[in-house]
Write a protein that binds this ligand. Structure first.
Ligand code: AMP
Length: 111
C-alpha cells in the first residue's frame, strides 16, 4: 500500500532506525519512545491490524519478539508487547505492528 507509512518504511522510502529484518518482518525503533527500549515489529506484507493476522504472520512476529528481546538485552528483565487495534485501542498507524517495550519497570495498570 503506497500510502501506508509502515509499508513505506519497510520499502526503505522513509528512513527508520532498523533493529531487525528477515523475509517476513521488519523492526525499527519507535520515533516517540515510551520506554528505553521501544521497538515496532511489523509484517512486511500489509495487514491493517491484529484482526487480519494469520497464523504464519503471528509465528513470524513472535519469533521476531524472541530475537529482538535478546538482542535488546531485555530477555531476562522482562518487557511488554502491545498491539493497539482500532479507534478505542488508539491505533494511529493502520498497519499491524507490535510495540516491544522494556528497559525499565513499566506501569502495571492501564488507567
Ligand atoms: P499505534 O499508535 O499503536 O498505531 O503506534 C504507532 C507508533 O508509530 C507510535 O508509537 C508512533 O510513535 C510510531 N511512529 C509514527 N511514525 C513513525 C516513524 N516514522 N518512525 C518510527 N515510529 C513511528
Amino acid at each position: 500500500m503506497s500510502d501506508c507509512l509502515f509499508c513505506r518504511i519497510v520499502a526503505g522510502e522513509i528512513p527508520s532506525n532498523k533493529v531487525y529484518e528477515n523475509d517476513k518482518v521488519f523492526a525499527f525503533r519507535d520515533i516517540n519512545p515510551q520506554a528505553p527500549v521501544h521497538v515496532l515489529i511489523v509484517p512486511k506484507r500489509h495487514k491493517d491490524n491484529i484482526l487480519a493476522c494469520d497464523a504464519d504472520t503471528a509465528a513470524a512476529l513472535t519469533d521476531a519478539v524472541r530475537v529482538i528481546a535478546a538482542q535488546e538485552g531485555v530477555e531476562k528483565s522482562g518487557f511488554r508487547v502491545v498491539s493497539n487495534c482500532g479507534k478505542d485501542g488508539a491505533q494511529s498507524v493502520n498497519h499491524l505492528h507490535l510495540h516491544l517495550m522494556g528497559g525499565k519497570t513499566l506501569p502495571g495498570r492501564m488507567a
